[in-house]
Design a protein around this ligand. Structure first.
Ligand code: SF4
Ligand code: SF4
Length: 306
């Protein structure tokens, strides 16, 4: 990506515009050249293995009779002893006036503690199956050079989050579950698709044609909920090698929440290089695609800079 940026000779505006267009279409080319294809996709591969591995654990029971995990992403029991419950589902359930079982409350507490500690939006990058769909839409949108559309305000997801809780209280039901693409896709894979196909396809087409990273970055209340849990998270990405940055913009092109990068990379509103924004999903994609190895994974206490 930096082939036209020779030292001591700043690129012309035309060269920058051409470079930007190439970056938007195929970010990470320089990283592949410098680090090799495997290292330039390390975190992406680890995430896909994790996401598909978790899906496989859920599918192994209904498909092959290997009941390691029973249930689905909303509520499950692992090896007959470990209950896990989606705390957002639990919050809607409580708002609806239902009294959850003791195991469901315990499962919610375990999941809540995990994401509070390690980062709420880890769920988005490492667990949620819809992430595969929205990543595919973002990839295709870049490749096809689709621009424009109308991206809703980033606040939409928080309004929707509040609305689902109020709607649950008003209707006495778990409101978002009627249309939630996350559980629909998960249940569709386990029990066979019906309406789920339509919902998942709608999310894909929405991100592809109407709003870049629209669903996860602006609409989904599940992501908003887990984002709120991520404020105090331990795991963080740092741009501690930011002096090596050549402004190729590859990290901005691949990041599902690109607004989180600038404060750390460009020292805007903060001096340290840590990405502390709650919306960072810790996907590691910025680490992968950076040919200068500007980013790495660390903890929130590591404010060092090289
Ligand atoms: S924002 Fe919603 S759909 Fe997107 S990855 Fe997160 S939970 Fe899944
Ligand atoms: S800053 Fe990096 S780790 Fe965080 S969401 Fe963006 S690409 Fe993923």
């Amino acid at each position: 990506m930096s082939g036209e940026m020779t030292q001591g000779c700043p690129p012309t505006p035309e060269a920058r515009a051409a470079q930007r267009a190439r970056t938007l279409a195929r970010p990470g080319l320089e990283a592949v050249r410098v680090k090799g294809r495997l290292r330039a996709n390390k975190w992406l591969l680890l995430r896909r293995i994790t996401q598909l591995g978790i899906l496989a654990l859920f599918l192994a029971g209904p498909w092959f009779g290997w009941w390691i995990v029973k249930g689905n992403l909303s509520s499950s029991l692992t090896l007959g002893v470990l209950p896990l419950t989606d705390p957002y589902l639990l919050a809607q359930s409580l708002a609806a006036g239902h009294v959850p079982y003791k195991d469901a409350l315990l499962g919610g507490a375990i999941v809540l503690a995990f994401y509070l500690l390690f980062g709420g939006r880890l769920f988005c990058a490492w667990v949620c199956p819809v992430n595969l769909v929205t990543d595919a839409a973002a990839w295709l949108r870049r490749r096809l050079g689709i621009k424009g559309g109308k991206t809703p305000s980033a606040w939409t997801r928080y309004w929707l989050l509040g609305f689902t809780l109020v709607a649950s209280a008003a209707t006495g039901s778990i409101a978002w579950e009627w249309v939630n693409p996350v559980s629909m896709l998960h249940r569709g894979l386990i029990f066979g698709f019906g309406l789920a196909w339509g919902i998942v396809l709608a999310v894909f087409l929405y991100d592809l044609l109407f709003a870049s990273r629209g669903w996860c970055g602006h609409v989904c209340p599940v992501g908003a909920f887990y984002g709120l849990l991520g404020k105090t998270a331990l795991i963080r990405v740092t741009a501690d090698q930011r002096r090596a940055c050549d402004d190729c913009m590859d990290c901005f092109a691949v990041c599902p929440e690109p607004q989180v990068i600038r404060p750390a990379l460009k020292a805007v509103g903060q001096a340290h290089p840590l990405i502390l924004d709650k919306d960072c999903t810790s996907c590691g994609r910025c680490i992968d695609v950076c040919g200068k190895d500007v980013f790495r994974l660390t903890t929130r206490f590591d404010r060092s800079e090289s």
